[in-house]
Design a protein. Sequence first.
Length: 353
Amino acid sequence: MGTITARRRKNGTTGYTAQIRLKRDGKLVHTEAETFSTKALAREWMTRREADLDTQRARGEPMGKRMTLGDMVAWYEGREREGEPWGRTKKADLARLKVGPLREKRADMLTRSDFIAYIDGRRDTGAGPATAANDLIWLRQVFRSASAVLHTPVPLHALDAAAEYLRGERTIAKPKQRDRRITPSEEAKLLRYLDDRHGEIPMGTVVRFALLTARRQEEITRLRWDDLDLAKGVALLRNVKHPTKKIGNHKTFRMLAPAWELVQSQERAVLPDGSKEPLVFPFSPKSIGAAFTRATRYLGIDDLHFHDLRHEATSRLFEKGYSIQEVAQFTLHESWMTLKRYTHLKPEDVPER
């Protein structure tokens, strides 16, 4: 049922990989492997695991390696591909799940009550319905990956049953769609304050650029001088955000004349090696977000996020009379349903035709 294979390591030593493969009706139903420094250790592990699997089969339990939730999440984290990094939110949520209250429990033994109690605890500590729901989304991804790759039993049915109950109780929910628009007085006050601040980041210029282009803060800081085409009035944006494809998802977007004026007002620094700075706004997106938050708090502007500027910019493009297809050339939305989430027109702004 198992085999041991000797392999030469890069450091010149020999490793012994013990692999167990179980078939049923000619189909592979389970496989697992571990590598050891001696053949004796590999054989001992293989003998013990084969006995464990025989016991599981005798009990009528699903075959597969048993893992604690913490170990399973840690294994899943290792599947992040180089060059295709996960988002900050996903990484942070997985890191919290790995050390959370369910970490020591065997994943296959988790019940609907365990998941409900966990989410109730998250809500009690201040997490909102959408934030708590994210934990279940990541757990589902972890379980599906472990089931497909490791052939280990996972409690997907219990997780789905818990999620259905929690949605019915409104303990978890989808994120609320924001419709916050910056008022003219708020905009004037904010820009006046930012222009008076002489920090490393020209925040007044960054905010104006966001309001003209509908670009996210991460996108603003990735804009390159070499990707600008003033003659056509367009710029190339690399690695545009996408649900399934991010790396290599390069797209060209339209920029209006006032936005080009802001770009041309930026001084292109010379780097120590004599080359020119490749980025138009060579700043950290986190620093931009933090500076924006500090400014709104200081000015008493409630519930305004930097991302709301993207909503505001999109709405202004519609108010200027651009069509859906034309606005998409600025915002790079691929569907009207998605674009509609960023559109917050006021009834009084719809002209009589």
